[in-house]
Design a binder for this molecule. Structure first.
Ligand SMILES: Cc1cc2nc3c(=O)[nH]c(=O)nc-3n(C[C@H](O)[C@H](O)[C@H](O)COP(=O)(O)O)c2cc1C
Length: 379
């Protein structure tokens, strides 16, 4: 049997295989962030399709952190019941599910327009900033607001545990709130939340401590960490690598390695296009390989994984313990089960990113290639 089908342990959680569905916002919640029937069906399909650990899409710990319509929320106890339907659907198939706790920071600016609040971020970049992703209004958070956000993440984790999730993961990548704090370009604060790497990482550290207070030591707490920004003057890998070591030393039970704040064009994002050959896959593998000796916890590698043999080699060589996929499982939710049954064909995903475009248009993130081939309608 392939190593990819061997179990792996994170804290006290036993995951039945090495395949993770990397967090994927599906755009299928109701307008108030409650779970819908179509989301329950989606998670059921993914768990039945073989993926060992499913990480939800980014779920808001506070409504002001929301970046897109129809994102799930976990900011009230009233959301627990619907979220529990997701955990039940996944557990029924013997698989595991983690919630991804999220706040968009400055990136929540565009969605918040006209809603009566303004988005909060580590700092404001000034009128002359060319930063391409901060499209709406946003402002620097004050100390009281930072303290209140730390509480929000702790409460989100508590609700996740109550809803039956097996783990929580902080979204610390891709230029959202944690990643904004970590980035020396975006975080221009001169107080104890900005400046040195330790200060820029402090928000992550304080959120981690609050989560532990809420869920205890035996509950798996993960982070998806952006270890390098994709534009000049952003976070450099040497600092990202150090941040990975510090988060593991702090007590995070597993790190998923990805990129930090985005640059312009798909090439400068976590969802690169044009992955045609095996050499173009696994574009963050070298980061994982360099971080691995510094940390004593399992790593997950995300980004462009398409070929079974390559994933097997990555895990066998010890670059990562788990492999994390998003777009291939939108295209083929049954992919892992097919591989288990011996059909080792490469993922059919062509990385066209139409699923992401659907999401931005307020639709569900489905595969438009399937729609074209008449196999499945995109809503
Ligand atoms: C439709 C869509 C939604 C996504 N939503 C999230 C998200 O909510 N949180 C997150 O950390 N990454 C999100 N991602 C990024 C993926 O988790 C992953 O890091 C990236 O797509 C690269 O992996 P892939 O080549 O397997 O797609 C999303 C990707 C897609 C395609």
């Amino acid at each position: 049997m392939s190593i990819l089908f061997e179990p792996v342990r994170i804290n006290r959680l036993d995951i039945p295989n090495r395949f993770v569905r990397s967090a994927t916002n599906d755009g299928g919640a109701d307008p108030d962030g409650y779970v819908t029937d179509r989301q329950v069906a989606l998670y059921d399909e993914l768990a039945r399709g073989g993926t060992g650990l499913i990480v939800t899409g980014a779920i808001n710990v506070h409504p002001h952190g929301q970046i897109l319509a129809f994102q799930k929320r976990i900011d009230t106890d009233g959301h627990i019941k619907g979220l529990a339907r997701l955990t039940e659907a996944v557990h029924r198939h013997g698989k595991c599910i983690a919630v991804q706790l999220f706040h968009g920071g400055a990136e929540a600016g565009a969605y918040s327009a006209g809603k009566g609040w303004s988005a909060g971020a580590p700092s404001h970049l000034g009128e002359d900033s060319q930063f391409p992703f901060f499209k709406g209004e946003y402002r620097a958070l004050d100390e009281t607001e930072i303290a209140s956000l730390i509480t929000d993440f702790g409460q989100g984790a508590r609700r996740a545990r109550e809803a039956g999730f097996d783990a929580v993961q902080l979204h610390g990548a891709h230029g959202y709130l944690f990643s904004q704090f970590l980035s020396p370009y975006i975080n221009r604060r001169e107080d104890s939340w900005g400046g040195s790497l330790e200060n820029r990482l402090r928000f992550t550290v304080e959120v981690y401590r609050e989560i532990r207070r809420q869920v205890g030591e035996d509950y798996p707490v993960l982070i998806k960490l952006g270890v390098q920004d994709s534009f000049p003057d952003g976070l450099l890998f040497e600092e990202g690598r150090k941040a990975a070591r510090l988060t593991a030393e702090l007590g995070f039970d597993c790190l998923e390695i990805s990129s930090g704040a985005r640059g312009s064009g798909w090439k400068e994002t976590e969802f690169r296009t044009g992955i045609r050959k095996v050499e173009e896959e696994a574009y963050y593998r070298l980061w994982c390989r360099e971080i691995k000796p510094d940390v004593g916890v399992p790593l997950m590698l995300a980004g462009g994984l398409r070929s079974f043999e390559l994933m097997e080699e990555i895990v066998r060589q010890g670059d990562a313990e788990l492999v994390s996929l998003s777009r291939p499982l939108i295209r083929e939710p049954n992919l892992v089960q097919s591989w288990k049954e011996g059909d080792l064909r490469r993922s059919a995903c062509i990385s066209c990113n139409k699923c992401i475009e659907q999401l931005v248009l307020g639709k569900m993130a489905l595969c438009t290639q399937l729609e074209k081939s008449g196999k499945k309608p995109a809503s």
